[in-house]
Design a protein around this ligand. Structure first.
Ligand code: TRP
Length: 371
């Protein structure tokens, strides 16, 4: 695997996008277009690390936001590592109390959408000691004030139900750097909210190399591959999220889907049109139907015309149910075979451990701490 992905002039110019672009979104977008071209011509140069917190079943927002993209990359021939971030949810008691179940639900969702364990590695970071050990030298390379400035962590702390911020919560972006760097991933498909974490990962890689690399790079500086998927709203018109009870999960039944869509917020105008700025709820439903049908939301809107919100919801329900039918069938089938699920996970963990052990050995050698 060649980890050196050349920087281009385009990306360099976009990196000067200006102060309003606080998360570096437009630079990441420009760079992502360049990366997509490189993936098409030479997928073998990339190793992707991506993952999720095991907080329950995945929903359509996850699917069209990132899951779909992972399978696409896998099918293009990119090597894929998928981390189930079990240590990242320890601070949420409700979730942590049912961790095993949540982890298995994630594995089921992955298999159902087509992550192929023969080609891709699904693992839980809690089962990979050497990965976690990387966290200590990495912590030594970042300052408390840098951690304090992370906008995503700030936001999560503001919305968390915890009365106090734990050390794990505060430092989880460093742990995430270990998730990415243990396997020397050079590409991380992310949504905008994860860009600060990726920037920190790049900083840690750079500082480690400068300090211990003796002229050669132990770690690559991974690129963000920004998802171009538009944002789907939940059925209440706010961000689709499990904790807001407004999400259609991949595993939902046909009837549950119909009920959720039926209860979705719309507006009082009968004519259905795609206009995300002024009609966010109607537009998000159109977008969902369009993504499922492989057409544009404008086309779906034109079909419905002045038939009103009820007709729109009927189209959405049918489109989602039809699109998810094969995924749901596979999910049900895999769900019958717990032993297979466990085998997928234990084989993935074993593979991840071998990779992490090799990286830690290199890190020890670079740090001159082989005793
Ligand atoms: N924090 C990510 C999320 O909430 C999950 C995650 C953990 C992750 N480790 C990662 C994502 C490493 C990308 C790379 O979705």
């Amino acid at each position: 695997m060649n980890t050196a992905v050349p920087q281009t002039e385009d990306a360099g110019a976009a990196a000067c996008a200006g102060p309003t672009d606080a998360l570096g979104t437009s630079a990441a977008q420009a760079r992502s277009a360049v990366l997509e071209e490189l993936i098409r011509t030479d997928p073998g140069r990339f190793r992707v690390l991506t993952g999720d917190r095991p907080t329950g079943r995945l929903h359509l927002g996850h699917f069209f936001g990132t899951l779909h993209n992972r399978v696409r990359l896998q099918e293009l021939g990119v090597e894929l590592f998928v981390v189930i971030a079990d240590y990242q949810v320890l601070t949420d008691r409700d979730v942590a109390d049912n961790l095993l179940q949540h982890v298995e639900e994630l594995v089921l969702d992955y298999l159902a959408i087509g992550v192929d364990p023969a080609r891709s590695t699904i693992f839980t970071h809690g089962a990979v000691p050497a990965l976690n050990q990387l966290m200590l030298p990495f912590l030594s390379l970042v300052s408390v004030s840098e951690l304090n400035r992370n906008p995503t962590v700030k936001d999560e702390i503001a919305h968390s139900r915890q009365s106090a911020v734990s050390g794990l919560m505060f430092t989880y972006p460093v742990h995430q750097a270990a998730d990415i760097l243990f396997c020397k991933a050079n590409l991380v498909p992310v949504g905008q909210d994860q860009l600060p974490h990726l920037e920190l990962t790049r900083t840690i890689a750079r500082r480690f190399n400068d300090r211990y690399g003796a002229g050669s790079a132990v770690f690559p500086q991974p690129d963000a591959l920004l998802s171009s998927a538009p944002l789907l709203l939940g059925t209440d018109g706010t961000k689709m999220s499990k904790s807001r009870n407004n999400a259609i999960t991949l595993a939902a039944t046909v009837d549950e889907t119909a009920r959720l869509v039926k209860g979705a917020k719309t507006d009082s105008e009968r004519h259905i049109s795609y206009d995300p700025a002024t009609r966010p709820e109607v537009s998000s439903l159109l977008l969902l139907a369009a993504l499922c049908q492989g057409r544009s939301p404008e086309q779906v809107a034109a079909d419905i015309g002045s038939a009103g919100a009820a007709a729109l919801k009927k189209v959405v329900t049918e489109s989602v149910n039809e699109y998810l039918a094969p995924i749901r069938a596979r999910r049900a089938e895999y769900g019958q075979d717990r032993a297979h699920l466990r085998a997928v996970l234990s084989e993935g963990n074993e593979r991840a451990r071998a990779v992490a052990d090799a990286t830690l050995a290199e890190v020890r050698a670079a740090m001159n701490t082989c005793y």
